[in-house]
Design a protein around this ligand. Structure first.
Ligand SMILES: [Zn+2]
Length: 480
């Protein structure tokens, strides 16, 4: 049975701010359709803001980061790099606060990135696929736009397209996340100050001429030489998503470099800023059951987190939050003893992603038989990962390419999940499926107001908690 969240908070002895109560009530209404009690005990507004509002918010997202991905990056960092991961180091600080977050959407126990980002942005449950267009048909003001209306600047850096679901949920109102051209139009019309990532294919033709107040750049050298001559910056370093970390050419900046550039611009905003940093391809690597890319994209996100933390910890007015929107494919290291350490060393030899393997495979002349196709694919897998495939594994690949279901779990019969399953014998990293999962996810906060973070909350509660920290007034919805 669904209880009134405001009543629940009152009976717990805490005071719930009106803003947080409204958001919690909306979440409860949306969740009722699923038969799920969405707002967990200790609603976010249950702890009232102490002291001055936070001036700046840096919200770091490793998209699709299962706890297994987090652990894998930390183990690799400790045993290969020689230090803990930055996520581990920062979230382990005495003053940090850490929470588990539930993530279901309005129409599914397993969320997608659009519904999850929208929950953070406007505080109500959404159907999968929708960006700030909840089931009641309204057009609530997205978080970036609300922050701009409060006098702050707003921006983001991502490794996906700049119009993808996670950044898009912070500035756009669309019923379908696939409408990336419409999302790009809204990005420009709504004056998001900094947008860095991929996705030049979705920008309107003639965008530079039509937006004289915006610098449009397309390569790493231009980003590193950015002179801040114009107030706004749009950098698209690929036609679609930026390459996976393992495949990144020198012309594409790292996520850490994009983070540094975004901070250099936004830090001079007179009213403060809200910045989202997204390691968006962690999710894609997990979907592909690609352990090497999953690790190296998570490590790239970890470097960006370090840049954000260096900025935030150097001052007293910036709240740093790091989390993920949902788990994907639940990878885990499954080798005991010395074999686990061996797998860390093997993962260090990875050179390319499964995406690279597929692109190279598709560029080759078609092979006549499943066995010949498997041999070509096997040679590319070896070139990318450093792992030589055994004949039995080539046979499994050939059977898959001949149309045989090789894994009893039907969902694990795409070519990449079969590749991932074969490579689990070398890396010890196994995946449960190619899909998102309903797991609760990790979130930690550092900086002013972090001490008010409840230890367990829903993703809609994260919105209410952020709004309280920033003391954001209600936003004015933006007409289409
Ligand atoms: Zn995904």
């Amino acid at each position: 049975m669904l209880s009134d969240p405001a009543d629940a908070a009152a009976s717990s002895g805490f005071r719930l701010s009106r803003r947080a109560a409204l958001a919690a009530a909306s979440a409860a209404i949306a969740g009722a359709a699923l038969g799920v009690r969405p707002t967990l005990a200790g609603a976010p507004g249950a702890v009232r803001r102490v002291g001055s509002p936070v001036r700046n918010l840096i919200f770091v997202v490793s998209d699709g980061m299962s706890n297994g991905a987090l652990a894998l990056a930390d183990l690799y960092s400790r045993h290969v790099v020689g230090r803990p991961s930055h996520w581990s180091r920062l979230s382990g600080r005495r003053e940090a606060r850490r929470a588990q977050v539930s993530t279901h959407s309005a129409d599914s126990l397993v969320t997608d990135s659009a519904a999850a980002s929208s929950a953070w942005s406007v505080g109500v449950k959404h159907a999968n696929g929708a960006l700030c267009r909840p089931p009641d048909g309204s057009r609530p003001c997205p978080l970036f736009i609300r922050a701009r209306q409060s006098g702050r600047a707003a921006g983001f850096a991502t490794t996906t397209t700049i119009t993808h679901a996670t950044p898009g949920g912070f500035y756009a109102n669309v019923t379908a996340r696939a409408e990336e051209q419409d999302i790009a139009r809204q990005l420009l019309e709504r004056s998001v100050d900094v947008a860095l990532g991929g996705g030049s294919a979705y920008l309107p033709s003639g965008a530079p001429a039509a937006n004289p107040g915006v610098s449009f750049i397309t390569d790493r050298a231009a980003l590193l030489a950015d002179t801040r001559a114009t107030p706004r910056l749009v950098g698209t370093f690929a036609a679609k998503h930026c390459p996976m970390a393992l495949d990144r050419p020198d012309t594409v900046p790292t996520l850490a470099e994009m983070t540094r550039a975004a901070l250099a611009r936004l830090q001079s905003a007179p009213g403060g800023f809200v910045l989202q940093i997204e390691g968006g391809r962690v999710d894609h690597a997990a979907h592909a059951n690609d352990a090497c890319s999953l690790l190296h994209d998570q490590l790239a996100l970890d470097e960006a987190l370090a840049v954000a933390a260096e900025f935030a910890l150097g001052r007293a007015d910036t709240l740093l939050v790091a989390t993920t929107d949902h788990a994907t494919a639940n990878p885990g290291l499954t080798f005991y003893g010395k074999h686990g350490l061996t797998s860390m060393k093997r993962l260090a030899k990875a050179r390319h992603s499964f995406e690279w393997v597929q692109d190279r495979y598709n560029a080759e002349p078609a092979r006549p038989t499943p066995q010949a196709k498997a041999e070509l694919l096997g040679s590319l897998i070896t070139e990318a990962t450093g792992v030589a495939l055994e004949s039995g594994h080539l046979g499994v690949l050939a059977a898959h390419l001949a149309g045989t279901q090789v894994d009893p779990f039907t969902a694990r019969n795409s070519v990449v999940t079969v590749m991932g399953s074969i490579l689990a014998n070398a890396f010890g990293v196994a995946f449960i499926s190619p899909n998102h999962s309903a797991d609760h996810v990790d979130l930690f906060a550092l900086g002013p107001g972090a001490e008010t973070l409840p230890p367990m909350l829903d993703n809609t509660d994260v919105h209410a908690w952020l709004v309280d920290r920033l003391d954001l007034p209600p936003g004015t919805p933006v007409p289409d």
